[in-house]
Design a binder for this molecule. Structure first.
Ligand code: FES
Length: 181
């Protein structure tokens, strides 16, 4: 395995660049390094001006969502070795306004999020569903939640898809008890 891999990273500086440009960086190709580790290496060692978001680093929060080789991915859960020998093209999520480099504007997403009602609003006279009646989608739902960024092509789908799936998982975990807030 090579010692290094090339990351081609989209750079965009508002007020300076007319449009995003791709910039190449060589980063160590380590077995357990995620794309996010490569970007952190760039920021710490090569170019401190690179901007990107992350929070949990464990595939939960979704804040590190980026487009990797044309596909939406969580950069903390996507590994450099999966793309060896490279290069790996890293761009911001599509269909979101770009604020700077890999950072997108999620204000519209956050505005729409409270409109999601991810629970069952049922008639109180109806019998409660029994455990197991709602199917067994746990594995699928967890996989989809982990890949919330995979719906990046459409902000409405991201809000309602991701939020809805979260609610579905909660309902499936406790059938019969969920009837809204
Ligand atoms: S940093 Fe939270 S999902 Fe990647």
């Amino acid at each position: 395995m090579a010692d290094e891999i090339t990351l081609e990273v989209a750079r965009y500086r508002p007020g300076v660049d007319a449009e995003p440009v791709m910039q190449q960086y060589q980063v160590p190709l380590r077995e357990h390094w995620a794309i996010l580790d490569g970007l952190t290496y760039i920021k710490d060692q090569l170019d401190g001006t690179l901007s990107f978001r992350w929070s949990c680093r464990m595939g939960i929060c979704g804040s590190c969502g980026m487009t990797v080789n044309g596909e939406p991915q969580l950069s903390c859960a996507t590994f450099l070795t999966d793309y060896a020998p490279g290069p790996i093209r890293v761009e911001p999520l599509r269909n979101f306004p770009v604020i700077r480099d890999l950072v997108v504007d999620i204000d519209d997403f956050m505005t729409k999020l409270p409109t999601v009602k991810p629970w069952v609003i049922r008639d109180v006279d109806e019998p409660e569903p029994r455990a197991g009646q709602l199917g067994e989608p746990d594995g699928f739902v967890e996989a989809c939640i982990g890949r919330g960024a995979s719906i990046d092509g459409n902000q409405d789908a991201l809000v309602h898809g991701h939020g809805g799936l979260l609610g579905w998982q909660r309902l499936d975990s406790a059938p019969g008890r969920d009837a809204g807030p």
